[in-house]
Design a protein around this ligand. Sequence first.
Ligand SMILES: [Zn+2]
Length: 176
Amino acid sequence: MSSSSSEGPVIDRLVAANQRYAAEFTDPGMDARPVLKVAVVACMDARLDLHAALGLELGDCHTIRNAGGVVTDDVIRSLTISQRALGTRSVVLIHHTGCGLLNLTEDFRHELEMEVGQRPSWAVESFKDADQDVRQSMERVRTSPFLLHTDDVRGFVFDVTTGLLREIDPANGPES
Ligand SMILES: [Zn+2]
């Protein structure tokens, strides 16, 4: 697989786009504290345009993204800084349909170890049921001792085919 295309290496294209962006850019004079006092934790999936999907503007929110939108220790680190140093109060968690993590298992770690001779220190955090993983993620945020604000935590699954968010009820357990 090549990182080049007819328009040249991909990172060169990004740098060229930045030069065009900066040419039109004026300093908005914003504070680092998010205007809406909200942090969004979401999957890194390329089909999920958080600002467009949630009607967010520059400066409105913190966005914390990783594979799956899973609440890991490092996400708790970012949320802790978001709340304690930068004034956010609400947390939105977003998983999505068709997530790459739905096809993985913790065997991924074992296979990595067999291939490279070293077991990763991190969990894969794969899941079979996005709804249930959103519930678990909400619970990890709500029970974190480091966060100041855990009363406004809501979780959703984004449908990549309709663009709609579906809210997950934290009280409903796994479907039987
Ligand atoms: Zn995903």
